[in-house]
Design a protein around this ligand. Sequence first.
Ligand code: AMP
Ligand code: ZN
Length: 457
Amino acid sequence: MPLTIYDTLAREKRAFEPADKKRVTMYVCGPTVYSYAHIGNARAAVVFDLLYRMLRHEYGENHVVYARNITDIDDKIIKAAQETGQSINEITEKFAKIYRDDMGALGVLSPTLEPEATGHVAEMVALIEKLIAKSAAYVADGHVLFSVDAFDNYGALSGVDRDEMIAGARVEVAPYKKSAADFVLWKPSSDDEPGWDSPWGRGRPGWHTECSVMIDAKLGRMIDIHGGGQDLRFPHHENEIAQSACAHDGAPLARYWMHNGFLRMGSDKMSKSLGNVVLAHDLLKDWHGEVIRWALLSAHYRQPLEWTDALLQQSKKQLDRFYRLLDEIEFSDQMDPPPDSIVLALCDDLNTPEAYAGLHELRDIAGQMEGRARIAAIAKLRNAGRLMGFFHAKPSQWFRGADSDAIDEAVIDALLKERSDARNSKNFARADEIRDQLAAQGIIIEDGPQGASWRRE
Ligand code: AMP
Ligand code: ZN
């Protein structure tokens, strides 16, 4: 089914046509690993995971190459090292691992490639030398700066006007810049900062350069899709575009650009600098990863998403309703292709609200069926959800989900055992009493051919 995506650069939805159907390439700017990812960062990871899944579905699992970088050189990392007394390596390795684990818990598949900026400094130096040779960059006061005047199309992606940028002070003003919009490709490092030798002295690369270089090194000169959060359009992606085009004789960096909208707390963007963050790592202690994923995909990815506790509660309730049906086929491995209605919605620029409506409809249909048709309908529902990264939990486990103030599992099991003994000795009064006692705590007992089992309401 053909995929249509909204291309931020073209400012319209376009039919997606990869340059090579046997090797579809996508790159998403990944985390700077100096602390925990917040749920806004997780939105970007989950949205592009869904895109990756759809591309795999369309072109085959072995025909999509997805690179998501790890930014492991950055002033925030240096600061974290100074503050905690840990080495840069300790910090970046620790938080890269936590990031992978937390995103994995949200059903995010590992990208094909996870290049680290520190592994590509030599290529960054080479790119900068090339830009200097082409007069698109200049050395000033130990820094190398990209000259924005060298690229006519600067601003085309974000639509940000040059004068507006400067007036809004959205670019760093520094005395050594020829033009205020020029950005740093290389900066000097003091002795206690990490640094690499270069023709301009010991220093380190600026942030924007790593993505241009890793795309070229890992995926090729021009990739199919470049993604990231909306905040990266300017200056980060604008700068990636400019330096890649200038280094590569005008060849565009990516054929399609995609950006996810902000996750908000009230009317503000969630961000570390505002201090209004909710960490994915913390949420995962209280909520199943699929609940968080469901909440993150509940709005269309280009729309803002307001994060509330109520959203999580609703998401849990909705998933419970699916899992109640999935419970009936826990042990069936019937695998059908996901239904067209869901694939169609997702192929339309990842229209998750419509895909959710499709899932609810499939659930209603399955719920009204009986016998073999019911089993088949539930299996179809399961495959539809799995396409989006849901319904991977065991239904029996799902309803035993962690709930800190709920009755302990060991206590429930002991009561179930007592109830079974009571029934065997025909003490039905006691058996009923136990059933009522558990029901009062939201525990439903279900008697089946293999004995009694339980689930939370
Ligand atoms: P950062 O670590 O800030 O560079 O962000 C990593 C990714 O998360 C980038 O793609 C950002 O655009 C994205 N991001 C950051 N904050 C938010 C937010 N509040 N909502 C959605 N995406 C975000
Ligand atoms: Zn980037």
